[in-house]
Design a protein around this ligand. Structure first.
Ligand code: FAD
Ligand code: A2P
Length: 258
């Protein structure tokens, strides 16, 4: 089948989250933060495809994805069982708004995610261009429980020893994970930690301003709308590929969540 790639590794993080890597088509070029359609062959011969953010950076030889497991989801009820060597369908047409081209230059980049909304930022925090464009990068990731933060936590931890970007992230990538329904060192919704000023105080940063701060938002529709309102209240405006501004938004999934 055309557009078939091969799974090279699979890691299960919780009973609802896993990540996997696969081969990368030689011709695939993408901008860190973009998404593609991936899936599995269907019973009727037509592939069952869904949008997935590419979690790996654009310099990586392979592709990485970070996925939910929806128990009765048409794709992920099957995708969660993939193993090394299995085929996966990948349409090599990357698109998306969570890209540097959609933001004006600035001093600080805020990456604001809940759940699997972390995936595009897992790509962007591994891209040297992110550190060429911004002096400080803040990754805020919020989940209900601590175990759901583990993929991101391990990734950030691993960057210190990365030969390509280890030196760039030193002191410049600020990681701010929080939980909302289980006790952990840092707690609270991203919206609350921004409006109360807690995150600025904790990280020793000035409050966001349109002159210095840029942001990318990726979570549920409700999260995206609420964060957008907070940022607009601080004077930032939404941009797009065709009109770069102070922040950009993309849905981590369609629907109400599970
Ligand atoms: P679906 O029928 O697609 O979804 C069933 C229900 O499950 C949805 O109505 C929703 O309520 C819930 N749901 C779906 N996806 C999620 C999720 N990620 N987190 C929480 N609840 C969810 N999913 C990923 O796991 N990783 C990604 O990187 C990713 N990137 C996306 C990028 C874009 C631009 C969009 C629009 C969606 C993205 N998704 C991602 C969601 C993905 O396309 C599928 O919805 C998901 O894989 C579930 O597929 P499914 O066929 O099993 O269930
Ligand atoms: P909370 O536990 O307070 O609802 P979900 O699993 O429902 O998608 O939520 C993922 C994370 O995003 C949870 O920590 C949740 O906090 C948070 N969250 C959900 N909706 C919003 C919102 N509208 N604004 C800010 N945070 C949200």
């Amino acid at each position: 089948m055309p557009d078939t790639q091969t799974v090279t590794s699979v890691t299960h993080w919780t009973d609802r989250l896993f990540s996997f890597r696969c081969t990368r088509p030689a011709s695939l070029r993408f901008r860190s933060g973009e998404f593609v359609m991936i899936g599995l062959a269907g019973e009727n011969g037509k592939p069952l495809l869904r949008a997935y953010s590419i979690a790996s950076p654009n310099w990586d030889d392979e592709l990485e994805f970070y996925s939910i497991k929806v128990p009765d989801g048409p794709l992920t009820s099957r995708l969660q069982h993939i193993r090394v060597g299995d085929p996966i369908v990948l349409r090599p047409k990357p698109v998306g708004t969570l890209v540097h081209d959609a933001l004006l230059p600035g001093e600080r980049l805020w990456l604001l995610a809940t759940g699997t909304g972390l995936a595009p930022f897992a790509s962007l925090i591994r891209d040297p261009e992110t550190y060429e464009r911004f002096g400080t990068v803040v990754l805020m990731h919020t989940c209900r429980e601590a175990s759901e933060l583990e993929y991101g936590r391990r990734l950030v931890e691993s960057l210190k020893d990365d030969p390509l970007i280890g030196e760039m992230v030193e002191g410049r990538l600020l990681y701010y994970p929080t939980t909302t329904r289980e006790a952990s060192p840092r707690m609270g919704r991203i919206t609350d930690n921004l409006t109360s000023g807690k995150v600025f105080a904790d990280l020793g940063l000035p409050a966001m301003t349109p002159g210095t701060d840029r942001a990318m938002i990726c979570g549920s529709l409700a999260f995206n709308l609420d964060v957008k309102a907070v940022l607009e209240g601080l004077g930032l405006n939404e941009g797009a590929n065709s009109e770069p501004r102070e922040f950009v938004v993309e849905k981590a999934f369609v629907g109400d969540g599970i």
